[in-house]
Design a binder for this molecule. Structure first.
Ligand code: NA7
Length: 545
């Protein structure tokens, strides 16, 4: 089947009234449209700002952009045919392949006729009298539906730091999450990269190879585990296809939606030699599974220290210059208390002659100049600045939709002190609005497609039950949301996650953002059981009418 990245506007282009409006055509929106339209028979539409499907993967096209979940489980599990027909080429899929996959799914399920591309939502308002959402778009459309579902992703609002003098820069600058589709020719260029999170760690080795010179401006040193990327063999594809039922069962039973179990033994219960051997094996295997080497890496500070020390030592063995190795060694937070990156030659990059590391805690950036970046120590001349500075995560994409709910309540105001949701699925005062992978759900702590499918299935079932019972309105109780927020905090506090002071899980990367731990850290399986229980109880904690 020929797969195109973009399609013409949807067939239902003239309609204004729907049963459900979905915002966003990434993993979440596509599956939600399929469920509502093809399972429930609803008249549903996706509104998508971009000119193609893909969501996060439509926008993130920076050099080296690929998924950190392994391809065989970074995909949908709901359709056997898709599972059996699609094959991934690499252990970690690169961004074009993920877009190709999502286009394949959209074509296979004939979703594109109900997707309005190039349609940016500028506001959404709820009318209490009619229990209807009205959504307005940049191109002047006004569409309404009883249900509004956001499928806008967690990492879709770029965080571009307000740097003095940026407008005077004579070269070009780019944010990794808004990378030009035609690519950027880095040949012969002096590139400055700001940011060493998962994105920066993926991008630096590729930029270093393509450019004349790379200067990495590092604010916080990071841990990273080798991805050990490589081609997927025909035998692996066969094995995966034959075992998908077990793979999904395992993924859903776990903490992070990955099809591997976290070890049940404590890092402190084994001898030093045994522990070293286990970490070595995990290091050689590569990938996020390293985190699962012991049961308490994220629960016990002493256990965490063993993993952190192991990874710190690895930096020393890879990076030849001891001073640079020390600059690259994280000292302020424990391994995996921030989202752990995985890499393909990140630390090795600093052994190259054309790469320079600048510690901007030791020499803070003062300003961007016409010629480059000036720190307190010197000016670095650059042709291109790459902001790998992350996102206004989880809340940014929702707040930016300009949503007003019951009696004009604004989401922006309601969440001014941090997101207040019940199960990460709904927020009080916003009836009939569902937020796929919203704050307060496992979302970014999870392999995303698994988290997305669980939310979409729950939402679809809820709408089905409302329809069957003739109910028109569902709204989370304030009390349930307060209790849920307290539980989200309690779940985070049972881990070491809140201890990383510069983590985007806490909103710490965006100046002025309230410091609240946003995703649900209690584990995917536990979360699913809570959601199922709420549904089975007749939607305890929600007001239905
Ligand atoms: P992250 O993980 O938020 O990383 C952003 C990086 O940019 C990080 O090193 C930040 O340092 C740095 N940063 C942010 N703002 C500034 C300013 N103003 N000056 C200097 N440095 C700055 O974003 P990513 O895109 O790498 O990854 C996001 C997620 O996408 C990732 O976790 C995966 O889930 C996929 P800091 O650490 O805050 O000191």
């Amino acid at each position: 089947m020929a797969i195109k990245e973009s399609t013409a506007p949807a067939v239902n282009g003239a309609s204004r009234q729907f049963d459900a409006i979905i915002i966003g055509a990434g993993f979440s929106g596509l599956y939600q449209l399929h469920k509502l339209r093809d399972d429930l028979g609803l008249n549903a539409v996706i509104l998508e700002k971009a000119d193609g499907v893909g969501g996060t993967w439509y926008w993130n096209r920076y050099p080296g952009a690929r998924c950190d979940s392994e391809s065989y489980y970074y995909c949908y599990s709901f359709n056997k045919e898709i599972e059996q027909e699609w094959s991934w080429s690499e252990r970690y899929p690169e961004h074009p392949e993920i877009r190709k996959y999502l286009n394949f799914v959209a074509d296979k399920l004939d979703l594109k006729r109900d997707i309005r591309l190039n349609t940016e939502v500028t506001s959404a308002a709820f009318d209490d009298a009619t229990n209807t959402w009205t959504v307005r778009t940049k191109d002047g459309q006004s569409l309404s539906a009883p249900f509004l579902i956001t499928a806008v992703g967690c990492l879709s609002t770029a965080n571009v730091p307000q740097m003095k003098g940026l407008e005077t820069f004579e070269g070009k600058w780019y944010h990794t999450g808004l990378w030009p589709h035609e690519g950027v020719d880095l040949t012969g260029k002096r590139v400055g990269q700001i940011g060493t999170g998962s994105t920066g760690i993926q991008a630096a080795p590729v930029i270093a190879e393509q450019s004349q010179h790379l200067t990495v401006f590092q604010r916080t040193a990071n841990y990273s585990i080798p991805a050990r990327n490589g081609p997927v063999t025909a035998e692996e594809v066969k094995h995966t296809r034959e075992n998908y039922d077990d793979i999904w069962k395992l993924a859903r039973a776990g903490t992070n939606g990955h099809p591997f179990s976290i070890s049940t033994q404590s890092a402190l219960s084994v001898s030093d030699a045994e522990r070293q051997e286990i970490y070595e094996k995990a290091w050689e295997r590569g990938g996020l599974r390293f985190r699962a080497s012991f049961s308490d890496v994220l629960q016990n500070a002493d256990a965490n220290l063993t993993a952190s020390d192991f990874l710190r030592d690895k930096i020393k063995t890879v990076v030849k210059n001891p001073e640079i190795a020390e600059m690259l060694t994280p000292r302020d937070h424990g391994f995996a208390t921030k989202r752990p990156p995985i890499d393909s030659g990140y630390f090795e990059t600093f052994n190259r002659d054309n790469v320079l590391l600048v510690d901007i805690k030791a020499e803070p950036i003062v300003e961007v100049t016409p010629k480059g970046i000036r720190t307190t120590r010197q000016e670095y001349e650059l042709d291109i600045i790459v902001f790998a500075t992350g996102f206004d995560a989880l809340t940014g994409p929702l707040v930016n939709l300009n949503i007003s709910g019951s009696h004009g309540a604004k989401l922006k105001d309601e969440w001014a002190a941090g997101p207040r949701t019940y199960l990460g699925l709904q927020s009080p005062k916003f009836p009939n609005l569902f937020t796929i992978t919203g704050p307060g759900s496992p979302s970014v702590l999870c392999n995303m497609p698994i988290a997305i499918e669980q939310h979409v299935d729950w939402i679809t079932d809820c709408i089905r039950q409302m329809r069957d019972k003739g109910l028109k309105r569902i709204e989370a109780d304030t009390d349930s949301a307060e209790k849920w927020v307290a539980h989200v905090n309690e779940a985070a506090d049972a881990t070491l996650l809140p201890m990383a002071s510069s983590s985007w899980y806490l909103g710490a990367n965006v100046p002025g953002k309230p410091r609240v731990f946003m995703p649900y850290a209690g584990g995917f399986a536990r979360y699913t059981a809570i959601c199922n229980d709420v549904a089975q109880s007749g939607y305890r904690g929600f007001a239905l009418s």
